[in-house]
Design a protein around this ligand. Structure first.
Ligand code: HPA
Length: 234
């Protein structure tokens, strides 16, 4: 039992997938896992444990933004002993050659959040993903013939107030896309010595203005979940 997750020790698997949307957690559990059981309903932030190809896997909603995501991530690691955390989310694209429905595997995440700097000033720490997970996920995505990009993303603290200047400077530094959680996940993974990966489908394009329909999001989302599960159990 912890502050925001109410279940007993042992009810959550070593490997956890992390969608922002709790209903996505339910969908993933019902569609991809066998014998999935719901272990958390606190604040409707649903969490499930089941099996994938015989291995125990959990899926936990995190809510949006780093403050929400990191409190679930903190409790999963410190109160439930989770060792592998894989964010499965969406992002906005900021490169012309990254298209909606493409998948981005985040090698690292720049951020405008004070979350990390607050702990480590005067150091600007680079939050990076686990190399083994990145490599497995990239190989699997290529095998599946997915349009995949492996590189830097930007985890923003705001969805609506990011200035064009910030996005322009990130774009000029070859950053592929923007989300609101990955830097927090990667930082906590380093802090607590666990493995983390963030895989993102592009849901909107900040340069061209293109957006995916809910139906289109579902297809690329499904392939991304398979990659996350396969990389996680490997
Ligand atoms: N900005 C930040 N986070 C996001 C976006 C975006 O455009 N799209 C999906 N997550």
């Amino acid at each position: 039992m912890s502050f925001h997750i109410s279940t007993k020790e042992g009810q959550i698997a070593d490997i956890v997938l992390l969608p922002g949307d709790p209903l996505r957690a339910k969908y993933i559990a019902e569609t991809f896992l066998e014998d999935a059981v719901c272990y958390n309903t606190v604040r409707n932030m649903l969490g499930y444990t089941g099996t994938y190809k015989g291995k125990r896997v959990s899926v936990q909603g995190t809510g949006m933004g780093m403050p929400s995501a990191v409190l679930y991530i903190h409790e999963l690691i410190n109160d439930y002993g989770v060792k592998t955390l894989i964010r499965v989310g969406t992002c906005g694209a900021i490169q012309e050659d990254v298209h909606i429905r493409d998948v981005i595997i985040a090698q690292a995440a720049a951020t405008d959040s004070s979350l990390i700097y607050k702990d480590l000033a005067p150091i600007y720490f680079p939050p990076i993903g686990d190399y083994g997970l990145i490599r497995s996920a990239a190989d699997l995505a290529v095998e599946k013939d997915m349009n995949v990009h492996v590189g830097n993303i930007f985890s923003s603290d705001t969805f609506y107030n990011d200035t064009k200047d910030t996005m322009d400077s990130m774009s000029k530094l070859d950053v592929f896309g923007v989300d609101m959680e990955t830097a927090g996940l990667y930082y906590l993974a380093s802090k607590f010595h666990v493995r983390a990966l963030s895989i993102l489908t592009v849901s909107d394009h900040l340069i061209t203005g293109e957006q995916t329909t809910a139906e289109e999001r579902q297809t690329s989302f499904g392939e991304m979940i398979e990659v996350a599960l396969e990389a996680g159990i490997k």
